[in-house]
Design a protein around this ligand. Sequence first.
Ligand SMILES: Cc1cc2nc3c(=O)[nH]c(=O)nc-3n(C[C@H](O)[C@H](O)[C@H](O)COP(=O)(O)OP(=O)(O)OC[C@H]3O[C@@H](n4cnc5c(N)ncnc54)[C@H](O)[C@@H]3O)c2cc1C
Length: 529
Amino acid sequence: MAEVQETDFVIVGAGIAGLRAAIGLAAGGARVLVVTKEALGESNTNYAQGGIAVAMSGEEDVALHLDDTVNAGDGLVNREAARVLVEEGPLRVEELLRWGTEFDREGGELMLTREGAHSRNRILHAHGDATGAEIGRSLLRHARAIENIELLEWTTTFDLMVEDGAVTGIGLLDRDGMVSRVRARAVLLASGGAGQVYSDTTNPAVATGDGIAMAWHAGAEIADMEFYQFHPTALSLPGVPRFLLSEALRGEGAYLRNARGERFMERYHPLQELAPRDVVARAITREGMGPTGETLPVYLDMRHVTRIDPATRFPGISKFLAEHGLELRRDPIPVRPAAHYLMGGVRTDVHGRTSLPRLYAAGEVACTGVHGANRLASNSLLEGLVFGARAAEAMREEKPMPVRSAAASPEVAGATSGIERLRSRLQQTTWEKAGLLRDAEALTAAHDEIGRLESESPKGFDRPLIELGNLETVATLIVRSALARQESRGAHYRNDFPKRDDARFGKHSLVSKGNDVTFVEFQRAEAIA
Ligand SMILES: Cc1cc2nc3c(=O)[nH]c(=O)nc-3n(C[C@H](O)[C@H](O)[C@H](O)COP(=O)(O)OP(=O)(O)OC[C@H]3O[C@@H](n4cnc5c(N)ncnc54)[C@H](O)[C@@H]3O)c2cc1C
């Protein structure tokens, strides 16, 4: 039997969504435990460069932000969730300003930039290209000052406790291999994305889709898993991580050029370099395919932009490039797409409620339908803030749990070898067969290969094995949902069904344990009973 502790609320994850929710929950005096897999600050939030989209200049701005969000989502945005996002966004950002977030300013005024598919400049940024780190810093400082928030680092949540159909706590594994359990009135999943399911990703190592896998195993509904946004411009140098080259570079005027040095985006979309991300990512993929299947380079070119000093406007990017002998002012930068943001996840309503009682989700792990088939750039930090705050409000309404005896713990076995090899086979399979360009044959082959990997995966219980199992679950959900959606929409592109088909697929995909993928509408805020 594992040791069982009690608290009021548990939050899995200390990115923007988890920290904002913790502050909201603690305001009522409740005890809040926030668990993170690595050090505080190691999250997708920490790496967010470009900024946070927010309509700060009144009603017209809010209405335009809503339109842009809906348009980017390619016919699938849950309008109610998007309305909440854009209307409550300014309040949440003003709160951040009060808590000491230092967004960049010029002459005392907040500076605003623009990214792809935004109709006006509305993106706040901090320290040039370190927006997420600055927001994370200020939220963490605020959370640390609140006595009833406990922050637990280097601890992996490995499952959800379910009693009488309700989620009543979590299982924890610390870095010394000790297992424990925590019971709570409600659990919030704020565990972020799953970029590690692909071999090429901008996401850090912690992004292994744990929250989605745990929710799935507990029986929750999972939605829109076929919609993975590939960022068009990650640095493409052999042996170097896929470092993100923010869309804000194109917002400031950078061009894309193919191996012949030609600008090519005008052949793909009227907005050219600022077209929606899926369009730009597929264009780069196509331009990067040689006539005999060889890979050709594609470049991001900022040499003509003299209006700004790239080293001042993008200090983090410039520093990373300099470490690899490149300079924005002097060199065309080799780029290619990489898995970046998961639009799908644990289905929630606009209060963060999932389909399981007492289980909530907010941020990238959740699917409110706010991004539809494609996220508008810089809307996800805002999503974490707005829906993290809302989830906290709803969780505070949960009644205390009846007292129960200790829960059984899993069999603990030592570390097993060969896991890295299995993980990279999985990542490669997902990248090649369920990536930017998909078809039934490749997706079916991916499904079979993931099944083989699952049966070859060693049994045991340590963090690498827990993550491998979660990645296999997430990969299967992506492939099953991508197979079921026989059309192309947003970030999901099928070579064998290249057109959008509203009559059959103008809905969200939904899947839960033991059930086939179905297609449903998320038309109402209170869609989840
Ligand atoms: C390189 C990069 C650049 C980006 N740029 C932008 C941008 O400019 N603007 C924008 O809006 N968005 C951007 N995004 C997306 C955005 O950063 C994320 O969508 C957002 O930060 C997600 O926040 P979150 O709170 O949901 O999750 P995260 O910030 O990812 O936090 C997840 C937390 O969960 C923890 N966790 C995960 N699994 C477990 C487990 N099993 N047990 C315990 N803890 C666990 C992690 O340790 C971490 O603390 C970018 C993303 C990346 C990767």
